[in-house]
Structures are given as C-alpha cells and as structure tokens.
Write a protein that binds this ligand. Structure first.
Ligand code: FMN
Length: 144
C-alpha cells in the first residue's frame, strides 16, 4: 500500500458564500474526493478556509491542484504537509463545519510548521492539528 500523505492549507474566500454555494461546492468536492480516495475536513469561518486533506501523495496533490483552481477562494497557503501513519478522517470524503472565526484564525496561524514532524506523531504533535481534531470531535458527536 502506498504511504499516506496529509496536507493542510488556508485560503480566503473571494466573496461571501451562502449555504447554497457551500452545498454545491461540497457536493462536487465529495464526488471528486471519493473517486480519488481522499478524506479530510474543511472549516469555514470569517471568510477564511482551513482544509485538511489525506490520501496517497499523488491523490492529495491531484485534489489540491483542483482546489487551487477554484474561483471561490484565493491566497492559498500550504501550512504543512508530510507523511502520516493513518487517516484521521477515515469516514469523511470531506467533512465540513462552519467554525467560529476565531478558531479558523487560530488554526491558520497555528504552529503547523514549528513542530515538524508533527504528522508522524499525530494529534499530540501539533497544536493546530490538536485544535482541529478537538473541534471536529465535538462537531462529529453533535452530528450523530
Ligand atoms: C474551500 C474549497 C474547498 C474545496 N475542496 C475540494 C475538495 O476537497 N476536493 C475537490 O475535488 N475539490 C474541492 N474544491 C473545488 C470545488 O469542488 C469546485 O471544483 C470548485 O469550487 C469549482 O469552482 P469554479 O466555480 O471556479 O468552477 C474546493 C473548493 C474550495 C473553494
């Protein structure tokens, strides 16, 4: 089996997106991600996005190239990427949550980079990843 790769980036919305815009975007994203076997989570808040993608490196790069072409956002910045041992969002071809602006801001500024190689050591290693997972756990529990 090919090694797993994860990538986190942040971006800014080019215009305010309403629920319909987001639904359409997610539908399209989930179909493409399922075909590519890419999983992850997307947070939106305060006109910013933070997205976590995981899969084989080739698949993640292919999906990221697709994402980078989307007109709804710009100023994409990769916060961190590297090899991971396992998937953290196994069940999500793209989980989505609207998060408080402060959280998205914190995540986009978190020490994704500082604690290399955070990805090898999962959640404990990066405060950014730990925050994302903590928020996601709450959301996932609430959604059930
Ligand atoms: C914030 C954001 C996240 C996205 N996530 C994914 C994704 O996970 N997988 C994917 O294939 N495409 C993703 N896309 C791309 C969309 O599915 C879609 O192809 C794109 O928004 C269409 O843009 P257009 O209106 O410029 O054609 C994403 C786009 C944005 C703006």
């Amino acid at each position: 089996m090919a090694p797993l790769h994860a990538l986190v980036y942040q971006s800014q919305a080019t215009r305010p997106l309403d629920a319909n815009d987001l639904d359409r975007l997610l539908l399209d994203a989930r179909v493409a991600n399922e075909l590519a076997d890419v999983t992850g989570a997307l947070l939106h808040g305060g006109q910013r996005f933070v997205q976590y993608l995981e899969g084989t490196r080739a698949d993640v790069e292919q999906i990221y190239a697709r994402i980078a072409r989307a007109s709804q956002h710009h100023r994409l910045e990769i916060l961190e990427q590297g090899r991971v041992e396992k998937r953290l969002f196994q069940r999500w071809h793209m989980g989505f949550a609207t998060a408080p602006q402060t959280l998205v801001q914190q995540l986009s500024q978190s020490q994704w980079r500082r604690e290399i190689p955070w990805l090898e050591d999962e959640s404990a290693a990066s405060s950014g990843l730990a925050r994302l997972l903590a928020f996601w756990k709450e959301e996932a529990v609430l959604a059930h």
